[in-house]
Design a protein around this ligand. Sequence first.
Ligand code: CDP
Length: 210
Amino acid sequence: MIIAIDGPAASGKGTIAKLVAAHYGLAYLDTGTLYRAVARDTLAMGASPADAGAAVYAAETLDPDTLGDPSLRASGLGEAASQVASHEKVRAVLLAYQRAFARRKPGAVLDGRDIGTVVCPDAQVKLFITAAPEERARRRHRELLSRGERPEYETILVDIRRRDERDMNRSTAPLKAAADAITLDTTHLDADGAFRAALDLVEGRRSQDL
Ligand code: CDP
């Protein structure tokens, strides 16, 4: 079973994906960490994330053992990740790793922006998780405070809107719901409520397939 979970920044897709994977005993991949790691390595070379050649080199030499690095969640890397993610060749390099991961037994849950549309178009279940930008900014603000950062709420809201804009309008694999995805709005749901609502949708889709 492959479950594809897409959506914009801080929509709750990561929390849902992790809990759904644990519930079914499936492997879990947060594909955003791949782009964040490419951004980290591009910056470490002293290059700009806008530099396609440097970002492609970082993608080609990415060490999967570094994907658990907690510093990948730092706020600055989200913007840089979105920039490296707009290079078509960076996406092509990361595609093989994601598809190989999706083939793991007994199945996998992948979350990102283009899982249902590009990475796993044949996924049995596709969810598209959304929430109002103001609520997403509140969540990201709380997450960063708990990591010891001292961000301004307004700055986060501006960053989220700019990233949504870039992710939705890039020419390769833009952020959008697959035609056969089910949309879940988590604006008024807490983490547990979002997980339960997602599980209901997954179960509903699976029972249709039986
Ligand atoms: O956690 P958050 O939603 O802030 O971002 P993320 O999932 O860690 O992804 C960071 C950036 O990577 C996004 O803004 C996208 O530009 C890019 N990304 C992508 O293009 N495709 C994916 N499958 C996952 C992330």
